[in-house]
Design a protein around this ligand. Structure first.
Ligand code: AMP
Length: 270
């Protein structure tokens, strides 16, 4: 892949890259569409990266519908799918990791220690293999986008990072490969994530500024669904991810909620 990418770059063909863990949905495809519009060549990687899963997390049951993914990529005229094996990415003597300090330890990093280290490491490897001019990430994983942007800046990586809006189901649920795990009743309950963000938006539009008040109201709304268990709700500075007391423009309102056994995230930028 690296050899191909080098040749493409020598021929002055721009490379747009969409990293994914597969089980592609409209959210992923919106990134592919954008990459298609802005680049001569589009590369999608499909790799379920074990190093970003904790020991008790859902690595084993993560969906891997490769044939369907392939068809979707073909339909979107993706030029290359990079689909490495585990051993190709992590040979036995693999020893190097990328750690983005502080930003990796808050929000999702608190309940998923090591997660962003795994993400930063695999994205660095993928950038070095695919040599993209532009890389496309979803706002749905807001903290991931902040961590990657920080890493690219800190380590002088020659990639332009683009962050695209969250694509949602009709009822507001953010699309996610993990939604396939939800049982019918859980799927209905899962709408509490986006509902609680709409509630926050309504409160803010109505003049509410107190982060604590907004978080309380969101927490109460989520608690109405028996299958939902809040992991965290936070209102933070959109760049530093530090908590704010008063909501301001550019603040990130982020939450993670367990619906049954499935942990879902969502966010909204004030
Ligand atoms: P994943 O396969 O879950 O690792 O996601 C791959 C990329 O797709 C990441 O940059 C995600 O942020 C992005 N993505 C996932 N779900 C959505 C969505 N609903 N809307 C937009 N982007 C998404």
């Amino acid at each position: 892949m690296q050899k191909i990418s080098r040749q493409l770059r020598q021929r002055h063909q721009s490379i747009g890259f969409v990293p994914t863990m597969g089980a592609l949905h409209e959210g992923h495809l919106s990134l592919v569409d954008r990459a298609r519009r802005e680049n001569r060549i589009v590369v999608v990687s499909i790799f379920v990266n074990p190093r970003q899963f904790g020991l008790r997390e859902d690595l084993a049951r993560y969906p891997r519908p490769f044939r369907k993914d392939l068809q979707l990529c073909e339909k979107k005229k993706v030029d290359f799918i990079f689909y490495p094996t585990l051993r190709q990415m992590y040979p036995e003597d693999f020893h190097t990791h990328v750690e983005v300090e502080d930003l990796s330890e808050v929000l999702c990093g608190k309940s998923r220690p090591g997660h962003f280290r795994g993400v930063a490491t695999v994205v660095t490897k993928l950038f070095n293999i695919i040599l993209p001019h532009r890389a496309y990430f979803g706002r749905k994983d807001a903290q991931q986008a902040v961590v990657i942007q920080r890493m690219v800046k800190d380590l002088n990586m020659a990639v332009s990072v683009k962050v695209m809006p969250t694509v949602r189901e009709k009822d507001g649920l953010a699309m996610s490969s993990r939604n396939t795990h939800l049982k019918p009743q859980e799927r209905k309950d899962a709408v509490v994530l986006s509902e609680s963000l709409s509630l926050a938006r309504k409160l803010i539009t109505g003049g509410e500024k107190s982060a604590a008040t907004i978080i309380d109201r969101m927490r109460n709304h989520i608690a109405k669904k028996p299958s939902a268990k809040t992991d965290y709700i936070a209102i933070v500075n959109g760049k530093t991810l530090e908590p704010v007391k008063k909501v301001c423009a550019g603040c990130l309102i982020a939450l993670a909620v367990r619906i049954g056994k499935t942990r879902l995230i969502d966010n909204y930028i004030a």
